[in-house]
Design a protein around this ligand. Structure first.
Ligand code: SF4
Length: 450
């Protein structure tokens, strides 16, 4: 981890900071620059992000017959419990096998303990069809090989259930990488598509069921055969092969994409389906791959696009001209910055992202204003200093930074909310804009009441 190549640390770029301070308007007359030409401010220092275990919160809701067993510490258990907020009398589909000091000190056979816990779990929960063994910082520190454990347990329980391992550790990762690691592991389990299979579309990235249903209806109207990955039931993993065309629903799935491409799948590059323009571009990538006639495409997408544009117009009056600063957190930042600047007229001052997937986000990066600073990685004190000096109208950041910045008079948006909420597609465009408008409205109301 991570699967994509890291760029070497670069010296802090004072020139970029000076340019940032100039606060140019978002829609510049300057020509667009390609994602390769755009300079990136790279920082390595203290980071303020959640770890990959957090993604279990939405993955366990999506894959409805799976169970996520974290092999970790009490800290990991507390993180999951507080993030997911499950009541103790419910039957959750995640748990933590807590490693005690004896395990960490190597005084107990951690593999035997794990086997015993899995046996107990599966006796109690015969409904589980896929068991994910999820690694954590402590399991990685003591080098507990969960891949081998998954293999050993699979031979015992096959074909009743599938056992897969991946890492959700917070060592050098951010929380959306948990989904990437999970889906990459699941993709390796997919059956091979027959060589003579007809082309089919695979939408990759967990989406709320309601959003998945909306997209399924649109693809059906376009005549594009589609499957979604992950599926709601883990026994419905679609077959993968040269006939598979991949459309990513999330920009943080670099490892999963590599795994699918290694199985012969072809990726369809596109902007991500946030807002009216983003969703249209995303659907168009599939329509073009299937040779859908432009008139049919227009007829299918026009009603949804019109609804999205009407919904966005309600928020544009408040958001247009306002500046926004993204701290690196969810890896959605370049896509959301494209949405806010292109579709709502905001000005992106800095777009920070934990890791920059240049190829995957190229269609979005090409649409960002040249003066927007793009930063990768984090040195939180330096970034806070830039944010404080710029005093953006809206700061998108993690939970840990939001309260201190609010206390300093800055309006903030929790970036994790953007991952937990249904925000993809035409019918969620207004809700997505509303998530950014709400902190500004609240600040206006507080100002009026003061
Ligand atoms: S995996 Fe690591 S970062 Fe995440 S809760 Fe456990 S100890 Fe903390």
């Amino acid at each position: 981890m991570p699967a994509w190549p890291r760029t070497p640390e670069a010296p802090r770029n004072v020139t970029l900071l000076t340019a940032l301070a100039a606060r140019q308007p978002a829609r510049s007359a300057a020509p667009e620059i390609t994602s390769r030409e755009r300079p990136v401010l790279r920082e390595r220092g203290q980071r303020e992000v959640f770890c990959g275990l957090t993604s279990i919160v939405w993955l366990h809701r999506k894959i409805q017959d799976a169970f996520f067993l974290v092999v970790g510490s009490r800290t990991c258990a507390h993180l999951l419990q507080s993030a997911a907020g499950v009541m103790i009398f419910a039957e959750p589909r995640f748990a933590t096998a807590i490693m005690e000091e004896r395990d960490l000190a190597g005084m107990a056979d951690a593999n035997a303990e794990l086997d015993r816990i899995v046996d107990e779990l599966l006796q109690r929960r015969p409904d589980i069809k896929t068991l994910f063994l999820v690694g954590s910082c402590p399991s990685e520190v003591i080098k507990l090989d969960l891949g081998r454990a998954a293999h050993r347990l699979s031979t015992r329980y096959a074909p009743r259930l599938r056992i897969v391992s991946y890492s959700g550790s917070g060592i050098e990762t951010t929380f959306t990488q948990g989904e990437d690691a999970c889906l990459a592991a699941l993709a390796a389990e997919a059956p091979a598509a027959p060589a003579d299979a007809s082309p089919s579309l695979l939408v990759v990235g967990s989406l709320p069921d309601i959003v998945e249903d909306q997209f399924a209806r649109l693809f059906e109207a376009l005549g594009v055969p589609v499957a979604f990955f992950p599926a709601r039931r883990s026994d419905r993993i679609p077959a993968i092969g040269p006939s598979t065309r991949v459309l990513l629903a999330q920009p943080f799935l670099g490892e999963t994409l590599s795994r699918l491409q290694s199985r012969g799948a072809t990726w369809l590059p596109a902007a991500f389906p946030f807002g009216a323009e983003g969703t249209t571009d995303w659907l168009r990538a599939a329509a073009e791959a299937w040779g859908v006639a432009p008139a049919r495409f227009q007829a299918c997408v026009a009603p949804g696009r019109a609804r999205a544009e009407r919904a966005l117009a309600r928020h544009r009056a408040l958001l247009a001209g306002k500046s926004v600063f993204f701290f690196p957190d969810s890896q959605l930042e370049p896509s959301l910055a494209r949405f806010l600047t292109r579709e709502l007229g905001m000005r992106a001052l800095e777009v920070g992202t934990p890791y920059l997937h240049r190829d995957i986000t190229a269609p979005e990066l090409a649409q960002l204003a040249p003066e927007t600073v793009l930063s990768e990685g984090q040195d939180v004190d330096l970034q806070l200093a830039r944010c404080r000096s710029l005093r953006p109208d809206l700061t998108v950041c993690g939970l840990g930074l939001a309260n201190p910045l609010e206390a300093e008079g800055l309006a903030t948006k929790w970036s994790i909310e953007l991952v937990f909420s249904p925000v993809h597609g035409f019918d969620q465009a207004g809700d997505l804009a509303g998530l950014f408008a709400r902190p500004l409205k609240r600040r206006e109301l507080l100002g009026a009441a003061a």
